[in-house]
Ligand binder design. Sequence first.
Ligand SMILES: NC(=O)c1ccc[n+]([C@@H]2O[C@H](COP(=O)([O-])OP(=O)(O)OC[C@H]3O[C@@H](n4cnc5c(N)ncnc54)[C@H](OP(=O)(O)O)[C@@H]3O)[C@@H](O)[C@H]2O)c1
Length: 288
Amino acid sequence: MASNTTSRRETFDIGGDLTVNRLGFGAMRITGEEIIGTPGDEGEAKEVLRRAVDLGVDFVDTADSYGPGVSERLIGEALGDPDGVVVASKAGLLRNREGDWLPHGDPDFLKNQVLCSLDRLGTTTIDLYQYHRPDPDTDFEKSVHAFAEMKDAGQIAHVGLSNVTVEQLETAMEIVDIATVQNRYNVGHRDDEDVLRACERNDVGFIPWGPMYAVDGDEIPEALGEVANRRDATARQVALAWLLDHSDVTLPIPGTSSVDHLESNLAAADLSLTDEDLAALDAVDSQK
Ligand SMILES: NC(=O)c1ccc[n+]([C@@H]2O[C@H](COP(=O)([O-])OP(=O)(O)OC[C@H]3O[C@@H](n4cnc5c(N)ncnc54)[C@H](OP(=O)(O)O)[C@@H]3O)[C@@H](O)[C@H]2O)c1
């Protein structure tokens, strides 16, 4: 792991060997509406990806189901298989024409999907491949074994989980080393605090998805607005800075389809919250 507190605050070693800046980028929003099909302007979507890397992002999250296929393809086309950028993808959800997300953890399906992901990302080994969501109709352990086999075959370097409980994390860790867990979590939605703490105990990276959801919608939590005003920052920047401060193992992946929003969000890495700010934010009601 990183050798001192300062670097540990700024970077995290995924699986013990892939060092990344903790503030990454989520590439779900570079597809069409409802995360189906192509975006209105593919050139702009690729520009967002390139700008993220220019600004120091070296951890990009995607999934086979974003588009489906579109987000992975755009990453492959825009970035190639870049040295020094960790690309994390996922498998385990099907899409339909209505845009639903349907869990599908069949091992043969998962092994088919990694072949598609490798092709679209233009790589021979995916840095981190995550089981997107446990499938109630497939034995969880069988699905995790499929990821272990992909790792043994060299198709993926590390295995991650997403949308899991502490019990599922512990079950999976008996089968294969788990490098990361990706669950919904933000300053206003902390149902999975127990999963975060389990990740800390096991040096597993915790990727909070929807990191800025607390800011979306009509009502921003009052404390978030107050801290943002006090610090002359946006509420999104404060939400991201809180995630970075709340635990050493968080890897927030704010998503956007806009270069301007990207630049604004990434500035959160330079926002140091005071003890007063943190106390106010810690007291935010966990609702969103
Ligand atoms: N594992 C899972 O089940 C799961 C589920 C959902 C997401 N994810 C991952 O998590 C990542 C982040 O999640 P997310 O995209 O749902 O949530 P998010 O990053 O919290 O929010 C993204 C939303 O906020 C808007 N936004 C971003 N920056 C903004 C800014 N500076 N000003 C105004 N609006 C802004 C975006 O619209 P614009 O495009 O207009 O900026 C978009 O609608 C995704 O990209 C994906 O990789 C994983």
